[in-house]
Design a protein around this ligand. Structure first.
Ligand SMILES: Cc1ncc(COP(=O)(O)O)c(C=O)c1O
Length: 317
């Protein structure tokens, strides 16, 4: 008797049809993954998340070179030999955005170990692949208005220690930690997980960095606290300097956040999102937090290539 063919679920992902794969543009429908792809089994890939925004009649990719440089630094840690320079990868991303012509979008470069042997040292036997794909992405925290305000919950999952998995490296496998934390937060009705590190201090969200404001001073932590030091975090620190907002970069505890006047989170996907509550603790300003709002406005200008840093940060297509 012939075996019934399993029904393939319709992909929920709205990926643009063309992507850049190992140096050429390919159709999504022509792309196949070998069942013994090393990265599929062991998470041995690294990636980036980048956004392209409308800038007048053009599109502008935000901090493209910084993302591609971080991509190559991440790859090196896992001995993924990417045979392209940062400039070539920037061109690949620009081309993928242009050829798909979907307007504002999210850009995902990924490099990974393909099919080879089974050894856990893939650099010795598995080929390296590189791709850049794009897809539409509006607000990351869906269901919120223009200025999302997010409800965080303290995650029962601690942020993995950099002694085990270096937090500055954007490796696919590291994200199992974030998947556990975000899945728990969502299942309990929150928008995002707040992850503490092994010492019980605040690390970061499942996919974003954490800031707070107290007495007019802006606070955030750094890589010593097991965070991915986000490019958005760096952007916000630079904008705060331009706006003469005093800033302190230092470790902090959950108690510091709960005593704060304003809390917000930052990330390429999350952008600058105000935090409305952490578990049952509500912040007084809600969506009208003054320092958060100033930084959100400056960030909006920057990503749309309207700020004074446009020449430095924006790749216009
Ligand atoms: C764990 C984690 N922290 C922070 C960030 C923010 O990084 P970026 O601002 O570079 O997008 C991200 C997003 O990539 C992330 O996944």
């Amino acid at each position: 008797m012939a075996m019934a063919q399993p029904q393939r679920p319709t992909p929920a992902v709205d990926v643009a049809p063309l992507f850049w794969y190992d140096g050429a543009m390919v159709e999504q429908s022509d792309f196949e993954i070998h069942p013994f792809t090393h990265a599929l089994h062991y998470g041995s890939g690294v990636f980036e998340g980048i956004r392209a925004y409308e800038a007048g009649r053009r599109l502008s990719i935000f901090r493209l070179k910084d993302h591609m440089e971080r991509f190559l630094r991440s790859a090196e840690v896992y001995r993924l030999k990417v045979p392209y320079s940062a400039a070539e990868l920037c061109d690949a991303a620009a081309r993928t955005v242009r050829e798909n012509a979907i307007g504002e979008c999210y850009i995902r470069p990924l490099t990974w170990f393909g099919a080879g042997g089974l050894s856990l040292a893939p650099y010795s036997h598995a080929p390296t692949h590189v791709m850049v794909a794009v897809r539409p992405l509006a607000g990351y925290f869906s269901g919120n208005a223009d200025r999302p305000t997010v409800r965080l919950t303290v995650s029962p999952w601690r942020k993995s220690s950099s002694k085990s998995l270096p937090s500055t490296v954007k490796c696919s496998g590291h994200y199992a930690n974030s998947v556990l934390a975000m899945s728990d937060a969502l299942s309990r009705g929150f928008d995002e997980a707040l992850m503490l590190n092994e010492f019980g201090r605040v690390a970061e969200g499942s996919g974003d960095n954490v800031f707070f404001v107290k007495g007019g001073v802006l606070y955030t932590n750094d890589a010593d606290e097991d965070i991915l030091p986000g490019i958005t975090r760096g952007t916000v620190l630079a904008l705060a300097a331009r706006l003469a907002i005093p800033t302190t970069v230092a470790p902090f505890a959950l108690e510091d956040l709960l005593a704060a006047e304003e809390v917000f989170i930052t990330g390429t996907a999350a952008e600058v999102a105000g935090v409305r509550a952490i578990d049952d603790h509500e912040f007084p300003h809600g969506a009208k937090a003054p320092v958060t709002t100033r930084l959100q406005q400056a960030y909006d200008e920057a990503v749309h290539a309207k700020g004074p840093e446009a020449a430095q940060w924006c790749t216009l297509l």
